[in-house]
Design a protein around this ligand. Structure first.
Ligand SMILES: *[C@@H]1O[C@H](CO)[C@@H](O)[C@H](O)[C@H]1NC(C)=O
Ligand SMILES: *[C@@H]1O[C@H](CO)[C@@H](O)[C@H](O)[C@H]1NC(C)=O
Length: 543
C-alpha cells in the first residue's frame, strides 16, 4: 500500500509539465476533442468553451494565460436540463446520442460580473446558463474556483443555431447573437432586472445562396462588426459590416488550407481573440477522427483594408508551430497526461458522464464508487458510464478497479467509448468474475439505436479483488482514410505486468457521431441492481 502511494507520487512528479521557457505554440493546441470552440479574453485570461452533445456535465470551459497551454476549469451546463428528460437521463428506453449541446457560445458581461452560456438544443429552444464571475474583471479575468456557480435561466423560444453571443464593448446592455445556417440572422437581446435575456429584435442579415455557412461568431474591431462563419468543414469566411444589421460584405479567410496535420481535415470554424497588447489569434479546429475535432491556433493580422489574414507557414499552410502568443509566468494545469485518484470530494472537470448520471448511484470515498444504475444488456443504455477525453496522438488509459462487490450478472470495465465501441472488463457469473475483452458494440449511424450489444472476443482468468484495466489508443488522425487506428486492451493484477487480451480493435473514422473516442469506466447489471465497483485511480500516459 505504502509502496503504491510512493509510486503514484513519483509518477505525478515525473509527469510532463509545461516547459519552463516555452517559446512556441505547437499545433494542435490541445490534442483532445474540444470542438465548436468559442474563445474570448478578460484581462490576461483567455477562455475557451466547447460542445459536448449528450455528455454531462456539458460545455466545458478551459482557460489559458498564453493561448498555448490550457486547463479545464468548469462546465457551463452542470447537467443537461433539456427535454425530454428521459432521453437526456438515459431512462425509460430513451437516449439522446448526438443531440444536446452543439456549437454554443459563452461570454462575460463586465457590468454585472456574469458569465452567460447559451446554446440551441435539438433545433428548438435556446437554453441559457449563467455563473457569477467572482470579480473576474478586477482580477485580470481570473475567477476563484469556488466562485463558479452555474444556474439555468429562462429559455428563449427561438433556436439560435450555432450561436455567437456578443456584449457590445462600450455598452454591454447592447447584446447581440449572430446565428443560423446559410441564412445568417442577428438577434438583439436585452438583459432584464433578473439578469435574464429577452429577444427584442431579430432579422436575417446575410444569405449565402452559393454555399452552406454556419458556426457564427460576432466581433467588433475599430467600430466595425465581423461575423465569423464556416463552410463546414473546410473553409472559413468573414462577413464585415458597419452595423450588426448589415449590410455585410464577405471575404474568404482560409479555404482548404494545408496542414498542420495530415489526414486531419482543414482548419475551420472556431473564433478569434486578441491579446492585452492588441495582437490577434484565430483558433479553429480540425476533423481529426478517430480522435474527434481538435483545436489549432494561428496568428491573425489585419490588412490596411481592414480584412483579416491568417499567418501561414513557409509552405503557405497552417503552421505546425508559431511563436508563443503571450509570455507569462502564470501557469496552468495543462490538459494531457495525468493521474486521478478521485480525491478532493468532487469529480475533476476533465470527466463527463455519458448522458446525465443517476446521482444516487455514484459517490467519492477513497475512490469513485460506481453502483450499478441500470439493468440492461446494452452498455449504450446503461447509466453512469464516466468518460475522459483521450490525449493524442498515442496514449493509454489505465483504470485500477476493485471488483470485489460485483454481483451475479454485473458487467464493469474500461471502455473505448463511441458509437463503435469495445471494452476490457469483468463479467460476473455466479461467484466468478471473469476478465473479458468485448468488441462489436455498435450504434446505427443516424438513428443511434443499438445494433449490437457486443461479442466476447476473448476471456482471461477470473479475478477477486483489484484489477488494472488498460486501453492503449492510437488516435493519430486518419480522417478520410480507410486506416483503422489500433487499440490494444490489457489487464494486470499487480499494476506492473500487463497481459494483452483479445484482438486489436480498429477504430472508426466516421464524423457522424461527432464526438471522438473516449476512455470510459462503467458498471451495469444484467440481472438486478445492488452490486458496485470502486475505481481507485485513472492514469492517462503518453506512449
Ligand atoms: C517572449 O519572449 C521572447 C524571449 O525573450 C521574445 O523573443 C518574444 O518576442 C516574446 N514574445 C512576446 C509575445 O512578447
Ligand atoms: C434527470 O437527471 C437530472 C440530473 O442527473 C435530475 O436532476 C433530474 O431530476 C432527472 N430527471 C428525471 C425526469 O429523471
Amino acid at each position: 500500500m505504502f509502496l503504491h502511494t510512493l509510486i503514484t507520487t513519483l509518477l505525478l512528479l515525473l509527469l510532463p509539465r509545461q516547459a519552463l521557457s516555452q517559446t512556441t505554440l505547437t499545433n494542435p493546441v490541445i490534442w483532445q476533442d474540444h470542438p465548436d470552440l468559442d474563445v474570448f479574453r478578460i484581462g490576461h485570461t483567455f477562455y475557451y468553451s466547447s460542445s459536448t452533445f449528450a455528455y454531462s456535465p456539458g460545455a466545458p470551459l478551459l482557460r489559458s494565460f498564453d493561448l498555448a497551454n490550457w486547463e479545464a476549469v468548469t462546465h457551463s451546463v452542470p447537467y443537461l436540463n433539456f427535454s425530454p428528460a428521459n432521453a437526456y437521463n438515459l431512462t425509460s428506453g430513451s437516449r439522446a446520442y448526438v443531440k444536446g449541446i452543439w456549437a454554443s457560445t459563452l461570454r462575460y458581461r463586465p457590468s454585472t460580473d456574469t458569465f452567460y452560456w447559451l446554446g440551441c438544443i435539438d433545433g428548438s429552444k435556446t437554453h441559457i446558463w449563467t455563473s457569477p464571475g467572482g470579480n473576474a474583471r478586477q482580477n485580470g479575468g481570473e475567477v476563484p474556483p469556488q466562485a463558479w456557480n452555474w444556474s439555468p435561466r429562462p429559455v428563449i423560444s427561438n433556436c439560435y443555431y450555432d450561436a455567437g453571443l456578443f456584449f457590445d464593448d462600450n455598452d454591454d446592455s447592447q447584446v447581440y447573437v449572430a446565428y443560423g445556417n446559410t441564412q445568417i440572422r442577428m438577434a438583439q437581446l436585452v438583459v432584464d432586472q433578473n439578469g435574464d435575456l429577452k429577444e427584442v429584435r431579430n432579422q436575417v442579415v446575410y444569405t449565402s445562396g452559393d454555399m452552406t455557412l454556419e458556426g457564427a461568431r460576432l466581433y467588433k474591431r475599430n467600430g466595425e462588426y465581423y461575423v465569423w462563419v464556416t463552410r463546414p468543414a473546410d473553409a472559413q469566411f468573414v462577413l464585415r459590416g458597419k452595423s450588426p444589421w448589415g449590410p455585410f460584405e464577405r471575404r474568404v479567410l482560409v479555404d482548404r488550407i494545408g496542414g498542420p496535420l495530415s489526414s486531419a481535415g482543414f482548419a475551420h470554424q472556431g473564433g478569434i481573440v486578441d491579446t492585452e497588447d492588441g495582437r490577434w489569434f484565430y483558433l479553429g479546429f480540425l476533423d481529426a477522427y478517430p480522435g474527434g475535432r481538435i483545436p489549432v491556433a494561428a496568428p491573425l493580422t489585419w490588412g490596411g483594408d481592414g480584412w483579416p489574414i491568417v499567418v501561414r507557414d513557409g509552405g503557405n499552410g497552417w503552421g505546425r508551430t508559431y511563436p508563443l502568443p503571450v509570455n507569462t509566468t502564470r501557469k496552468v494545469n495543462v490538459l494531457g497526461p495525468r493521474v486521478d485518484e478521485f480525491k478532493g470530494g468532487k469529480l475533476g472537470p476533465e470527466w463527463e458522464w455519458n448522458h446525465n448520471p443517476d446521482n444516487g448511484k455514484w459517490s467519492l470515498s477513497d475512490g469513485l464508487v460506481l453502483k450499478t444504475a441500470t439493468v440492461t444488456g446494452d452498455l449504450f443504455a446503461a447509466r453512469n458510464t464516466l468518460t475522459h477525453r483521450i490525449v493524442g496522438p498515442k496514449s493509454r488509459g489505465t483504470f485500477r478497479i476493485d471488483v470485489g462487490a460485483m454481483r451475479d450478472g454485473d458487467r464493469a470495465g474500461a471502455v473505448l467509448f463511441r458509437d463503435k465501441a469495445a471494452y476490457i472488463g469483468i463479467h460476473k457469473t455466479g461467484n466468478t468474475a471473469s476478465i473479458v475483452m468485448v468488441d462489436n458494440l455498435n450504434l446505427v449511424e443516424g438513428s443511434w439505436t443499438t445494433s449490437s450489444t457486443g461479442r466476447v472476443a476473448a476471456t482471461g482468468p477470473s479475478v477477486t479483488g483489484e484489477i488494472w484495466l488498460r486501453i492503449q489508443a492510437d488516435i493519430t488522425p486518419a480522417f478520410g482514410t480507410n486506416t483503422g487506428r489500433q487499440v490494444i486492451f490489457s489487464y494486470s493484477t499487480d499494476g506492473r505486468t500487463f497481459t494483452n487480451l483479445g484482438p486489436a480493435f480498429a477504430m472508426s473514422n466516421s464524423w457522424r457521431y461527432f464526438t471522438g473516442y473516449r476512455y470510459g469506466v462503467f458498471n451495469f447489471a444484467t440481472k438486478a441492481l445492488g452490486g458496485e465497483v470502486k475505481v481507485k485511480s485513472f492514469a492517462m500516459e503518453m506512449v
